[in-house]
Structure formats: structure tokens, C-alpha cells
Design a protein around this ligand. Structure first.
Ligand SMILES: Nc1ncnc2c1ncn2[C@@H]1O[C@H](COP(=O)(O)OP(=O)(O)OP(=O)(O)O)[C@@H](O)[C@H]1O
Length: 399
């Protein structure tokens, strides 16, 4: 007879049964189907191994009442969305009004929660008893909003007006900003390329930081895009800062040339000099605010998610080095999709298990990763979709 041991106090979705010498993991899905999941057998020793060194110290994460931002990032496909969504559900169920935000252009929050969270607006997550909102940031939508705020005109004339050079705009006719940026120097090209999506993401994040309407949310969890994109996003204010300096220098040169031109031809037109608080400076200031939030150990933590393969570990190591350089606080490393111990391994499983043990050893030796709190998350035998599944996963990881 199977003696049932309740693992999960919150969701009642996970129970552990003792069958002979083995412990059998039984998920909500399986309980719904009226049977145990096949193939996922844990021996007592393996559960102990997962527990050891696998604690996330969730008590530390949940204890502070002040707002905290958690960014989950790593290589593509390692389980960032599943870990972020499960963390958001867990925070909400512990009484923190929570927002989970995807900054990955290829969103998967809707798939992960198994409900429609698309559209670029905050939507309440169904099936959670506490306050949990979700947002898939859609740059296209943000662009529309910015355009409408700016009167729908982002032409060169508009930009030159804002730089106090509107009098020359007529020469440039109907060129649009994108054409101009595309035709300019490599640095400017890069602004054009990144500005489209990432500045808009920053502006959206700013809303959470600045707007009183969101002040009651005490946990904000970000499901970030794969590594490269996220790093560029975090370093955006510095990049933008240097770009603004370039634009300001350009403005000075054009202004000087224009003064010379008007004095030669005796025209008395005043060249509008603007103070430091023009549009660009204001944007820079606001972006710096976000940058500072993301670098403050009291408000932010970046959690690296990885899987037990050499390629993923190497990328995680590089990610940590870059985050350290950017002064973004990192404390935890989730190793997801760990094959649990089994008494009845097939050849394939035992080879994979041997390899993952070797890789876990590499983490211990890696100078970037060895200092992080290691959270071990098992490979489950069902896809993690929907709130019950996320609660299930969350209770395994965040404890
Ligand atoms: N521990 C796990 N056990 C079983 N399946 C998992 C586990 N973690 C993640 N998955 C599954 O792996 C797939 C990818 O997970 P997820 O979308 O969370 O990864 P991601 O890193 O966010 O991916 P992307 O980089 O494409 O956004 C999903 O089908 C998810 O259900």
C-alpha cells in the first residue's frame, strides 16, 4: 500500500508515494488523469541530493515588504519563462501583489500560463487566488503610444525642432527619422537598430518604477530574452548616454556652422539654443533611473537559469561575468532540467546522468558560478503549462 507524503502545502498538487523501496512523484496532471506519472521515480537518496545545495532560500526572497525586481535570464530554451512564471505565482501566493513581465520579443508567458496574456497590456492571471498581473511587452504597441504622444510625427523636422534647429528642417523635406538614421554614421545606425525595441522596453519599465498606480505591487518578475539581448538591454543607458553626447556634439557643430552662415549673409535669425533639459536629456535621466534600480542590491536580483550542459554552463559563466561588469546583483543560479536519480536507468539515461554530474562539477570549479547559490530543478515528465503546473514547479524550486 502506498503511504502518501504531502509535499506541497499550498497547492495540494504534489504528493509523494512510497512504493516498495522507491518514492514515486505524482503530479496534479497525473492525479487529474487518475494515475501516477510514469517514468519519474525518485529514490530517497536522490531527493536528498536535490534538496542539498538546492535551496533557493525563498524565505529571503519573500521576506522584505519593499518592492523587489527579479530578472530571470539565460540561454534560449533553458526554462526562463517557466522559472519566472512559477516564481511570480509563488510570490503572489505569499501575499505579494506581483507583476510578471516578459521582455522577450518571442513571448511565451501566454503559453506558460496557458491563457491569453498578449496585447501589450497588463492582464490579470486567471486561476491564482492572489493578485498577479502579467504583461508581454510589445514594442509595436509602445511605438504607437509614443507616436501618438508626440503628435504622430517623428520626422526629422520634429527632431530638429527639439534640437533647436527647426529653421533648417525645410531643407530636409520629408525625410523620415529612420531614413536619416540609416544613412548616418555606424554609431547612429546602432541607435536606430536598438532604439526600436529596447528604449521602448525601458520606457515601459519606467512606468512601474515611476507610476503611483503600480506602487502597490511589491514583486516584479521579468522573464527576459536570451542572454545577448538582455545584456544589451541592461547596458542601454550607458550606450544611449554616449550616443546623446555624440548628438549633442553634432548639434554644437551644426549650430556653429549655422551662426557662421547667418553672419555671412547678414541674416538676423536667432538660432534657438536650448537648455540642458531637452527631450533627449530627460529621456537619458529617466533611463538612468531604471539603470540605478537594476543595479541596486536592495531592490534587484538577476537569477541565472541554465541546464546541465557544457554549452549552457559556459554561456551562464559569460553572462555572470557581464552582469558583474554591469554591477547587476546576482546571487542565485538555477540548474534546470536535471535528470533525477533512478533505480531503473536505461543506457541513454545513465549516460546523460553521468554527463550532468560532470557538468555540476564544472559549476563548482567555475570562478564565475561557484559563488552563487545553486538551485537544482528536476526535469519533469510533463510540459509545464498552466497555473497548477507552475505552482507544482514553483514548490520544487522556490523553497
Ligand atoms: N524542469 C522542466 N521539466 C520539464 N519541462 C521543462 C522544464 N523546464 C522547462 N520545461 C519545458 O521546456 C520548454 C521551454 O521552457 P521555457 O519556455 O520556460 O524556456 P525559456 O528559456 O523561457 O525559452 P525561450 O528562450 O525560448 O524563451 C517548455 O515547453 C517548458 O514547459
Amino acid at each position: 500500500m502506498a503511504a502518501s507524503l504531502l509535499l506541497n502545502r499550498v497547492s495540494r498538487s504534489v504528493s509523494l508515494h512510497r512504493v516498495g523501496g522507491a518514492l514515486v512523484f505524482s503530479s496534479l496532471d497525473a492525479q487529474i488523469r487518475g494515475g501516477r506519472l510514469s517514468g519519474t521515480f525518485f529514490r530517497e537518496r536522490s531527493l536528498a541530493t536535490l534538496a542539498e545545495g538546492g535551496a533557493s532560500r525563498f524565505d529571503e526572497m519573500v521576506s522584505a515588504n519593499q518592492r523587489k525586481y527579479y530578472l530571470l535570464g539565460g540561454k534560449g530554451g533553458v526554462g526562463k519563462t517557466s522559472c519566472a512564471a512559477s516564481l511570480a505565482v509563488k510570490f503572489a501566493s505569499h501575499g505579494h501583489p506581483t507583476i510578471v513581465v516578459s521582455t522577450d520579443p518571442a513571448h511565451s508567458l501566454s503559453d506558460s500560463f496557458s491563457q491569453d496574456l498578449s496585447g501589450g497590456v497588463l492582464k490579470p492571471v486567471q486561476g491564482v487566488d492572489s493578485t498577479l498581473l502579467a504583461l508581454e511587452i510589445t514594442p509595436e504597441r509602445m511605438k504607437e503610444e509614443i507616436k501618438s504622444q508626440a503628435g504622430g510625427d517623428k520626422s526629422v523636422k520634429n527632431m530638429m525642432d527639439s534640437m533647436g534647429l527647426g529653421m533648417f528642417a525645410g531643407e530636409l523635406g520629408d525625410l523620415n527619422l529612420e531614413d536619416m538614421l540609416n544613412a548616418a554614421s555606424p554609431g547612429i545606425d546602432e541607435i536606430a537598430a536598438i532604439s526600436k525595441a529596447r528604449i521602448e522596453i525601458y520606457l515601459q519599465v519606467l512606468q512601474f518604477v515611476e507610476s503611483p498606480e503600480y506602487s502597490r505591487f511589491t514583486r516584479i518578475v521579468f522573464d527576459t530574452a536570451p542572454t545577448g539581448h538582455t545584456l544589451r538591454l541592461l547596458s542601454l543607458p550607458d550606450f544611449y548616454d554616449s550616443s546623446i553626447s555624440k548628438i549633442t556634439k553634432l548639434k554644437k557643430k551644426v549650430t556653429a556652422a549655422a551662426s557662421a552662415f547667418t553672419s555671412v549673409f547678414g541674416k538676423k535669425k536667432e538660432i534657438q539654443e536650448q537648455g540642458p533639459s531637452n527631450e533627449l536629456d530627460q529621456l537619458k535621466e529617466r533611463m538612468e533611473k531604471v539603470r540605478n534600480v537594476f543595479r541596486d542590491v536592495d531592490t534587484t536580483e538577476f537569477v541565472i537559469v541554465t541546464i546541465p550542459t557544457v554549452m549552457a554552463i559556459n554561456e551562464s559563466s559569460r553572462l555572470h561575468a557581464s552582469l558583474r561588469k554591469e554591477n547587476v546583483p546576482v546571487q542565485r543560479l538555477i540548474v534546470n532540467q536535471l535528470l533525477p536519480d533512478s533505480q531503473s536507468d536505461c543506457k541513454f539515461c545513465s549516460v546523460r546522468r553521468k554527463e550532468q554530474t560532470r557538468v555540476l562539477g564544472l559549476i563548482q570549479k567555475d570562478t564565475e558560478l561557484s559563488g552563487l547559490k545553486l538551485i537544482q530543478s528536476p526535469l519533469l515528465d510533463a510540459e509545464i503549462r498552466g497555473v497548477p503546473a507552475l505552482k507544482f514547479m514553483g514548490d520544487l524550486i522556490w523553497k
